[in-house]
Each structure stands twice: as structure tokens, then as C-alpha cells.
Design a protein. Structure first.
Length: 375
């Protein structure tokens, strides 16, 4: 009986392990190995510089941040002077006949170039330079009406508060003319950092850097009179000013994805600069055959504030070619403007010492258009 139980157990184990219908053995089903990695395998991480400029459709929903980029813009800039200098009145001290308000500093052409490099996905360094061609405007006026001194001409000068009271040799002019010339250059070096904004239609960045601006100007004034008789008199004044600004700046830019390939960028920058301001004045008085001349100059370090706004519409034709159209405005407070450094005190003008007026304000604004190349 015991042998029967042992034999039964042996048969059960054999069937469980082999279960051979038809008398043949059946092997165990093996566990399949994991699928192999595709060839080539994707890297564990992507190169952040290369991933910043992908060649794919979704590129158009990302702001331009290729490793290298260059922008070139054509500018059309207008200059608005917040001050006013009245150069002559006619007949009365209040009837202004000639003023710097008559000089329209209309649009002047210029150019801007920006070159930058992207480090990683969020850090950029940029160098920028732009210039505007010179504004050069003049105006003149004549008056040949008889005056109460036996000559002709009733144009009065600022040296006597426009004839209050009038002086022969300075007033009773029959000709008066002014001329204003001004130019502008700008250079910047900035570091830009992308803001940690959740991916979407809006991205932004901040920047810190240094800014340099140069604003040279010249103002000329000339009058002619038939008095004192018989030769008459000529007064000539030329003022040359310069503003060399250097200082730190900060700023921010918001980039909004409007629709397919269209971006709208808004940027604001502000700088506090040391301005090495100066003026040089040349005065000549001619009463034939005699002539008197005097020259004087002065320089000072003053603080000038700079504000810069721009709005740009960006269209991305490809990952590497972009067109730009926008409007820019720059305002400055704390300038030595040429017309505002005209000294109305004839004694200081002829004897000194030179005075420097450095509280002038000016605004430069206008449209621009250009392209950006990226690689």
C-alpha cells in the first residue's frame, strides 16, 4: 500500500511538470526581453544652445533666441526741443518775429545695428549702436521800415530785452538770422536675462548694461543794422555745445505672441548718466572799420536722465529671418543745448566769465524698420 502512494505521487508530479499530450514534452514559455532602444537612442539631455533655435513649426511660437543674431534697422527720427529762444521782435518788445520755434527739426535718417549672443536658454549679451544724421535748420527775416533814429529797420535784439530800452548798435536792425545744427550718436552694451514666466503667449526679459550718448550742437545768431551811421553794425554769436553721457542703465522687454509668426515687443530702458557738458561761445561786433571779438568756454559734470521706449511688430518668415517695424522715443533731461546757452547779458558776452546752462530737455522719436538674421 505504501508503494502505491509513492507511485501515485510520482505520476502527479510528472504530469504537472511535463503534461505531455500525445506523449511529447512541452517547454516553458520564456518571458520576452525588453524592447531595444531605437537607433540612435535619444540623448539624456539636449544641448541648451541648439535647443534654443529648433528647426520646427513650434519655433514660431517662441521668441527669437538663436545662439547668434544680428539686427539692422533704418531710422527716421525727429527732434523736439522743450525750450524756446526768441531772437528778434518787430516794432514792440512783445511782437516776436524770429524764434527757434520757427525751426522745424523734422525727420532725419539714421541707422542702427545690434549684435547678440545667447548663452543657454535665457541669458544674452548684446551690443548696440545707432546714429542720426545732422539736423541743420535756419531762418532769417528783414525789416526795412523807417525807424525813429533816422535809419531803417525795427527789429530788436534779446540783449536789450527787445528794446526795453533800445540801444543803437544792438537794436534797430533791418536783418536778423538764426541757424541751429544738432546730431546724435548712441552706443550700448547690455546683458539680458529671460524672466521665469510659464510658457504661453507672453514672455519677458530684463537687462542691465551701460550706455554712452554724444549730442553736439551749434547755434548761430546774426543781425545787421544801418545804425550807427554811416557804416552800420553787425552782431554775430556762435555757441557750440557738447554732451558726452556715460552711465548704467536697466530695462525690461515684454514679447507677446499675437498669431502665426507675428510678435509684438514692448521695451523700456532708463539710464542715469554723468554728462561731461560744455559750451564755447564766440562773439563778434563789427562797426566798420572797427571790429571786436571775444571767446569763452566752460565745462561741467552734470547728471542727465535718459528714458527709452520702443514698440516693435515682428514677423518671422523662417527660424533664421525676421522683419521688424516699430516706433521709438528717447527723452533726455539735463542737457546743455546750444540755443539755451545764448547769453542775453551783453556784458558777460563781451567780458565773461562764461556761463553754462545744463537744464535743457529734448525728445527724439520716430519710426524704424529692419531685419534680423539668426543662426
Amino acid at each position: 500500500m505504501r508503494s502505491l502512494w509513492v507511485l501515485s505521487a510520482f505520476v502527479i508530479l510528472a504530469v504537472a511538470n511535463w503534461g505531455l499530450p500525445g506523449g511529447q514534452a512541452q517547454a516553458q514559455v520564456p518571458i520576452p526581453p525588453p524592447e531595444p532602444c531605437p537607433d540612435p537612442c535619444p540623448p539624456a539631455t539636449r544641448d541648451p544652445v541648439k535647443s534654443a533655435c529648433p528647426d520646427e513649426l513650434e519655433f514660431y511660437m517662441r521668441p527669437p533666441r538663436c545662439p547668434w543674431y544680428v539686427q539692422g534697422d533704418a531710422l527716421a527720427i525727429r527732434r523736439d526741443d522743450r525750450g524756446r529762444f526768441d531772437a528778434a521782435t518787430v516794432n514792440t518788445p512783445t511782437a516776436v518775429a524770429l524764434s527757434t520755434a520757427d525751426l522745424d527739426m523734422d525727420l532725419r535718417s539714421g541707422a542702427r545695428i545690434l549684435a547678440g549672443h545667447t548663452f543657454g536658454d535665457c541669458l544674452q549679451i548684446e551690443g548696440l549702436y545707432f546714429f542720426v544724421s545732422e539736423w541743420d535748420k535756419g531762418r532769417e527775416i528783414r525789416n526795412t521800415a523807417p525807424n525813429d533814429q533816422g535809419g531803417t529797420g525795427n527789429l530788436f535784439s534779446p540783449f536789450t530785452n527787445f528794446g526795453d530800452p533800445p540801444l543803437i548798435g544792438l537794436d534797430y536792425n533791418n536783418f536778423a538770422a538764426i541757424r541751429y545744427a544738432s546730431s546724435l550718436q548712441n552706443a550700448e552694451l547690455n546683458i539680458r536675462r529671460a524672466l521665469p514666466i510659464r510658457p504661453g503667449r507672453l514672455t519677458g526679459s530684463i537687462l542691465v548694461g551701460v550706455r554712452y550718448m554724444d549730442l553736439p550742437e551749434q547755434f548761430q545768431y546774426r543781425t545787421e543794422s544801418s545804425l550807427p551811421a554811416p557804416t552800420g553794425a553787425i552782431n554775430e554769436v556762435r555757441i557750440d555745445t557738447d554732451n558726452a553721457l556715460l552711465g548704467p542703465q536697466i530695462g525690461a522687454m515684454l514679447e507677446f505672441y499675437a498669431e502665426n509668426r507675428w510678435w509684438i515687443n514692448f521695451e523700456i530702458k532708463g539710464a542715469v548718466c554723468n554728462n561731461r557738458a560744455g559750451q564755447a561761445t564766440f562773439y563778434r561786433y563789427t562797426e566798420f572799420p572797427d571790429e571786436f571779438t571775444h571767446e569763452d568756454s566752460r565745462k561741467e559734470d552734470v547728471t542727465t536722465f535718459v528714458g527709452d521706449l520702443s514698440l516693435t511688430f515682428v514677423y518671422r518668415w523662417s527660424p533664421f529671418f525676421t522683419t521688424r517695424l516699430g516706433y521709438q522715443a528717447i527723452w533726455l533731461d539735463g542737457l546743455a543745448l546750444a540755443a539755451e546757452n545764448f547769453n542775453r547779458d551783453i556784458n558777460i558776452l563781451t567780458q565773461g566769465p562764461a556761463q553754462l546752462q545744463s537744464e535743457g530737455r529734448a525728445v527724439y522719436h520716430g519710426p524704424f524698420a529692419g531685419i534680423m538674421l539668426s543662426w
